[in-house]
Ligand binder design. Structure first.
Ligand SMILES: *Cc1c(COP(=O)(O)O)cnc(C)c1O
Length: 406
């Protein structure tokens, strides 16, 4: 039996994998020590568990365990990367290059740094959502200390040419930071192959717990310096103080291990379901895909349903299916998504956009139900839409004229 409501908002957060919960469980009531306690077995057990998780996390992205800094999530990792690099490299320069379609955690950190004297270049993207590498070349200056470009976009799933950006950064001797929160666990990510110097990602986007994430900080070629943004006991090599969230970190580690083992199999199955959903919905009149269809995460489909009143659309679908219009962080306001605006989608279509985000737990029955439900909702809304009626009349008279001519 199909269980309602159906969850298709996996770019906002994922259900935890039961195997992750199982791994975490002993660290609440049994092994509850502080990983920084050096004088007794409670502390040693906790430390051992944290170091094991650090290996699991590092392995997923091709890093060394020592290069993983545990944080409270990708928002904190984004803040630490941008603010920490700006402070540490201030003497070298103050220029940072980023994208207009970055997550708010990156954009708002940049705005904060502007107040402290940073010069930020916000690169635009094309209709597909992709950056122009020529343009990136052109905006690099002698004072550029950091290129901050996300791996994959949370709203439209578009994957940037990360390897090329990494190569440019390396050649120019500029640090490259990537917010890979949506990419890690969904597609193969390797910090060595991609020449990434700093990388943010998060537990709850990959079937792990909320409130735990990581920042990868390269230790050689080059050795990245970073000024801590949270001071205290000097945990995490002095880059992030605070008692470690041991159960969370254990769960994050397990989630990374499961992704490493099951990523390829999951991605193929999820892509198949996503493609079916997308093909069926694009089959309707006046439905458009937002962003590149090729350079894209396997789980994401962002579609605009023209001639539907946007609020009616999300309300109608959300009765039984959890989806998001634009990104979760901005959906409280009716402002059209800044990401869709940046790729040239007009306000009308941006407001009529729905993001479908599938997961490891999505089933074919759920997708079939979603196809029927969305089709029915769109048809119903169009029945009462004057704009839709006008359009059909215009099309009808065009056809009549055409027929008379022939
Ligand atoms: C979800 C997300 C974040 C924020 O992650 P949290 O762990 O919830 O703080 C940052 N960047 C991107 C691209 C995201 O998708």
């Amino acid at each position: 039996m199909l269980k309602l409501p159906i969850y298709l908002d996996n770019n906002a957060t994922t259900k935890m994998d039961p195997r992750v919960l199982e791994a975490m469980n002993p660290y609440f009531l049994e092994h509850y020590g502080n990983a920084a306690s050096r004088s007794h077995s409670f502390g040693w057990e906790a430390e051992e568990a944290v170091e094991y998780a650090r290996e699991q996390v590092a392995q997923l992205i091709g890093a060394e365990p020592k290069e993983i800094i545990f944080t409270s999530g990708a928002t904190e990792s984004d803040n630490l990367a941008l603010k920490g690099v700006f402070e540490a490299y201030r003497a070298k320069g103050n220029h940072i290059i980023t994208l207009t379609t970055e997550h708010k955690a990156v954009l708002d950190s940049c705005i904060h740094l502007e107040k402290l004297g940073a010069e930020i270049t916000y690169l635009g993207v094309n209709h597909q959502g992709l950056i122009d590498l020529e343009e990136l070349h052109k905006v690099i200056k002698p004072t550029t200390i950091l290129i901050a470009i996300m791996y994959a976009n949370n709203e439209i799933g578009v994957i940037q040419p990360i390897r090329e950006i990494g190569a440019i950064s390396k050649k120019k001797g500029i640090l490259f930071f990537s917010d890979a929160t949506q990419a890690v666990g969904k597609i193969p990510v390797d910090v060595l192959n991609d020449d990434i110097d700093l990388m943010a990602f998060s537990g709850h986007k990959i079937y792990g717990p909320k409130g735990v994430g990581a920042l990868y900080v390269r230790r050689k070629n080059p050795r990245v310096k970073l000024t801590a943004q949270i001071d205290g006991g000097g945990h995490e090599r002095g880059m992030r103080s605070g008692t470690l969230n041991v159960p969370g970190i254990v769960g994050f580690g397990k989630a990374c291990e499961l992704c490493r083992i099951e990523l390829m199999k999951d991605a193929e199955r999820i892509r198949g379901l996503r493609d079916k959903l997308e093909a069926e919905l694009l089959n309707m009149e006046e439905v458009f895909l937002n962003g590149s269809s090729e350079n894209r995460l396997p789980n994401t489909s962002n579609l605009s349903f023209n001639y539907t009143e946007s609020e009616g659309l999300i309300l109608g679908i959300n009765k039984n299916i959890a989806v998001s219009s634009g990104s979760a962080c901005t959906s409280a306001t009716v402002e059209p998504s800044y990401v869709l605006k940046a790729i040239g989608v007009n306000d009308e279509l941006a407001k009529a956009a729905i993001r479908f985000g599938l997961s490891r737990f999505s089933t074919e029955a759920e997708i079939d139900y979603t196809i029927d439900q969305v089709k029915a909702t769109v048809s119903k809304l169009r029945e009462t839409s004057l704009r839709w009626q006008d359009r059909n009349e215009v099309n009808f008279s065009k056809k009549v004229k055409q027929a008379v001519k022939e």
